[in-house]
Design a protein around this ligand. Structure first.
Ligand code: HEC
Ligand code: HEC
Length: 421
């Protein structure tokens, strides 16, 4: 494993106050939780560390984005296997379900493989929000009791203008014995709570914390719809000639066909384009040789999750390597003009030019001799490395779009109009 020093600088947590007065009490509480670095084993990582508003709610950390794209957890040296996707607009994803078309198409859920289904708390993002706190390669707290204790008794009470009990009432307070809280700094501590009443209260409060985060994730502050594209659609702004041409390429079935999956029509609770239909696809993205799990790491995506599901297990093989269609908003939003960004589940792509060229020519250009060639190397050599998983790759809607170089450039220009201002 490559050793990378943690770049988890507290300074990146730019919890803006703008608009905060517009939040309801539960949304304000969720926001405080989202930005609280104390809710991690080493007190150095918040949700916002990997989902920074200034970077479009993705990772702001240049040293990771520029390479393996997986962000180090609270404990140095511990890594997961995926790039942090944008958390913005994710709250519009419906509870995981399926539609019957030619076969079975899965829709919704959170995480790139949909495994936070939303069936527990009625919201995919609420289910999702319970994951990172206790994930040993992310925030790394050893038990939900630690999250509850630290939210009830924040390290910095001024960061919680609305307290947990302001929202959920005084009865939501729970005394968690020091024998438990003393272990919270140890990500590997085994904590079992034998007192059933206490365990039930902790579970209930942990659910309430997730519901508060999900409430924040539904606010205009996270989903502002303030891009130049929105202004143009609303008739209050303009796009350049090139951007308008790019939009045509994006929409047209015989051109980019992007809107087939990154849809322009609402598919759920949203009223404006979120640019995803919440389905899953394997695009044949090459391996990222800098993945902390090793250069040969292959992401099984939705298929691996379905294998574990009693209802959908039979469909798992067909969707190995499929990832959820992400929003395309804020793709180009970064901390500074030269700050690196990473695209796709494994962050293989660093540029929108590369992404668009890949959609256009994946099945036209020769295979690179080096299966681990980087995006820059492949672009320079005029080839593409083999996909992580070839068998289930979508060959119907992408790979040979026959776009000209000018159309590719127009499309990239259009994608850059989707950043919230
Ligand atoms: C160490 C970095 C890290 C931290 C900390 C972190 N996340 Fe994430 N987040 C990720 C990664 C990586 C994924 C994708 C994981 C996957 O699909 O398996 C993700 C996925 C998500 C998604 C799903 C987006 C989608 O398109 O499905 C949401 C929502 C989200 N995170 C919110 C949060 C919240 C809320 C917290 C704090 C409780 C948090 N994250 C903490 C890295 C992080
Ligand atoms: C068949 C469905 C489908 C079509 C058509 C499609 N996409 Fe995607 N797109 C996806 C999926 C699925 C992902 C995530 C794949 C992954 O992470 O491996 C994705 C990811 C992306 C990303 C990376 C986003 C991020 O945050 O990492 C960009 C940019 C993108 N698509 C742009 C486009 C453009 C431009 C077009 C048209 C040329 C297009 N897509 C056509 C399904 C599609």
């Amino acid at each position: 494993m490559k050793s990378i020093t943690a770049g988890l600088v507290l300074g990146v947590l730019t919890a803006g106050t703008a608009g905060a007065e517009d939040l309801s009490p539960i949304e304000r509480l969720g926001k405080s939780v989202f930005f609280d670095t104390n809710l991690s084993a080493r007190g150095n990582q918040a949700c916002a560390s990997c989902h920074d508003p200034a970077a479009g709610f993705t990772s702001p950390l240049a040293e990771f984005n520029g390479a393996g794209a997986v962000v180090e957890g609270s404990v140095p040296g511990r890594f997961g296997n995926r790039k942090p996707p944008s958390m913005a607009y994710a709250a519009f994803s419906p509870v995981l379900h399926h539609i019957d078309d030619d076969g079975v198409t899965l829709v919704g859920g959170a995480f790139l493989d949909g495994r936070a289904t939303g069936k527990k708390l009625g919201s995919a993002t609420a289910d999702q929000a319970q994951g990172p706190f206790l994930n040993p390669v992310e925030m790394g707290l050893p038990h939900a009791a630690c999250v509850v204790a630290r939210v009830l008794d924040p390290a910095d009470p001024s960061a919680y203008p609305v307290a947990f009990t302001d929202v959920w009432g005084p009865d939501a307070a729970v005394e968690i014995p020091p024998a438990i809280t003393d272990l919270c700094g140890d990500p590997d501590a085994k904590i079992e709570i034998s007192d059933e009443a206490l365990a039930a209260k902790i579970d209930e409060d942990f659910d309430r914390i997730a519901i508060a985060i999900a409430a924040f994730e539904q606010t205009d502050e996270v989903n502002p719809f303030t891009s130049r594209f929105d202004a143009w659609r609303a008739g209050t702004g303009t796009l350049s000639e090139q951007e308008l041409r790019g939009f045509e390429v994006f929409e047209a079935e015989g051109k980019g066909n992007c809107a087939a999956c990154h849809v322009l029509t609402p598919t759920g609770r949203e009223e404006r384009a979120v640019f995803t239909d919440w389905t899953f696809d394997n695009l044949g993205v090459p391996r990222n040789r800098d993945n902390p799990q090793g250069p040969d790491y292959v992401d099984p995506g939705l298929g691996a999750f379905l294998r574990t599901d009693p209802v959908y297990a039979a469909y798992a093989e067909d969707v190995m390597g499929a990832q959820q269609v992400p929003t395309l908003r804020n793709l180009d939003k970064r901390l500074s003009p030269d700050a690196p960004k990473a695209y796709m589940h494994n962050g293989y792509f660093k540029t929108l030019e590369g992404v668009v060229h890949f959609y256009n020519t994946r099945d036209v250009l020769p295979r690179c001799a080096d299966p681990l060639a980087s995006e820059a190397e492949a672009m320079a050599a005029g080839c593409w490395p083999e996909p992580e998983i070839g068998a289930t790759m979508n060959k119907d809607e992408l790979g040979d779009l026959k776009l000209t170089a000018a159309e590719e450039a127009d499309l990239v220009a259009f994608l850059k109009t989707l950043d919230d201002e």
